[in-house]
Design a protein around this ligand. Structure first.
Ligand code: TRP
Length: 361
């Protein structure tokens, strides 16, 4: 069976370092591993519109931002097909058929949808499109016959829902769709990077993100202002590393070699953590090290972005080409789906012959 990746992001803003460690970095590694037959990276504008119906301009402006973030992280259009969700009409068609295979109560139990409804204060005024986006996400994944979906932990319930839809579809209409596997980050700290304010999620609306496209100075300022252990008031005080964003970021980003280069008093992160826990290590020193580590990771991304920004029409051409290619793949799946559901009436000679006999023609 062909190994196929599909994953994507909502274009509601520029991508941040949470996206990067949670999925983007991994995608580039998978892309360059040569182990996959096909890689699809989708800018999920239609999904973004499910809770931004009144603000399409925001989505429209951010498609290029996300595309630039992709390219600057190393996604390469020669190896990965980048495309825009709304341009693939087949995804709507597929969602429409999947809607018959999912109950309202099942959607209400989806933990991600539940928490997003709370976050947005939707209560009783949930747009139907938003409520059903897990179904449309199942269409995204299955239309491309994806076997592997590299995403952050928050997407687990979406994958579970997709797998259920696949099983149900195949049971009702015969083996047609492929059940995908989720690929989570291996590093625990990358599963859900907290915001710089220590809140569980990095989110644009909470204003607690470090963006891939932030300048060196912006990144430095954000790191130096980062929330740490609130009880670690004086340098001598023992500190806590668990749940401390500065250490979570170090878990996610730092490599052992970087100690020799930037902080030679310590061999590795464990030693640094031990000192912090004992007391006698100040936040500023740790933050300065984190800044060095993160700047090292972000500098090449920032530099590549500058290059791609010089030819914006080319980036749009790349997305158009990717969308055309993606549409062909989705169209083939839809042909198979229609055949399995036996709604391909005009190609069904058997049906026409039998009805003809029935009516005595
Ligand atoms: N829901 C994903 C997010 O918010 C974006 C997305 C849409 C996606 N369709 C997808 C991710 C299909 C993986 C596969 O980040």
């Amino acid at each position: 069976m062909a190994k196929i990746i599909l994953t994507g992001d909502r274009p509601t803003g520029r991508l941040h370092v949470g996206h990067y460690v949670g999925s983007l970095k991994r995608r580039v590694e998978l892309q360059n591993s040569g182990k996959f037959d096909k890689i699809f990276i989708m800018i999920a504008d239609a999904q973004a519109l499910t809770d931004n119906a009144d603000n399409p301009e925001k989505i429209r402006q951010n498609i290029i931002e996300v595309a630039l973030d992709y390219l600057s992280c190393g996604l390469d259009p020669a190896k990965s097909t980048m495309f825009v969700q709304s341009q693939i009409a087949e995804l709507c068609e597929l969602s429409f058929y999947y809607m018959n295979l999912v109950t309202v109560s099942r959607l209400q139990r989806n933990p991600t949808v539940k928490s997003e409804i709370q976050m947005r204060n939707f209560e009783a005024s949930i747009p139907v499109g938003f409520f059903t986006y897990p179904i449309s996400q199942a269409a995204d994944i299955t239309a491309f016959r994806a076997t592997t979906v590299p995403v952050g932990e928050d997407q687990l319930p979406m994958l579970e829902q997709t797998r259920e839809i696949v099983r149900k579809f195949n049971a009702v209409y015969g083996e047609t769709l492929i059940e995908p596997d989720i690929l989570l980050p291996e590093n625990q700290a990358c599963l859900r990077l907290p915001g710089i304010d220590g809140k569980a999620k990095m989110s644009k609306s909470l204003n607690n993100c470090i963006y891939l496209s932030d300048t060196e100075e912006e990144v430095r300022k954000k790191i130096m202002s980062m929330f740490t252990d609130p009880n670690h008031l004086r340098v001598e005080d023992p500190g806590c590393v668990d749940g401390n964003p500065v250490f979570i970021y170090l878990d996610a980003f730092s490599r052992e070699e970087q100690f020799a280069e930037y902080l030679p008093d310590y061999q590795n992160l464990d030693e640094l953590k031990e000192h912090y826990k004992r007391g006698g290590l100040g936040d500023v020193k740790v933050k300065k090290f984190l800044n060095a580590v993160m700047q090292e990771e972000l500098a090449p991304i920032r530099a590549r972005r500058k290059e791609f920004e010089k030819d914006i029409p080319e980036v749009y051409r790349m997305l158009k080409k990717g969308s055309d290619e993606a549409r062909e793949v989705a169209a083939q799946t839809l042909r198979d789906v229609r055949a399995a559901m036996k709604i391909n009436y005009f190609e069904d000679e058997e049906l026409i012959r039998m009805q003809s006999e029935h009516f005595g023609g």
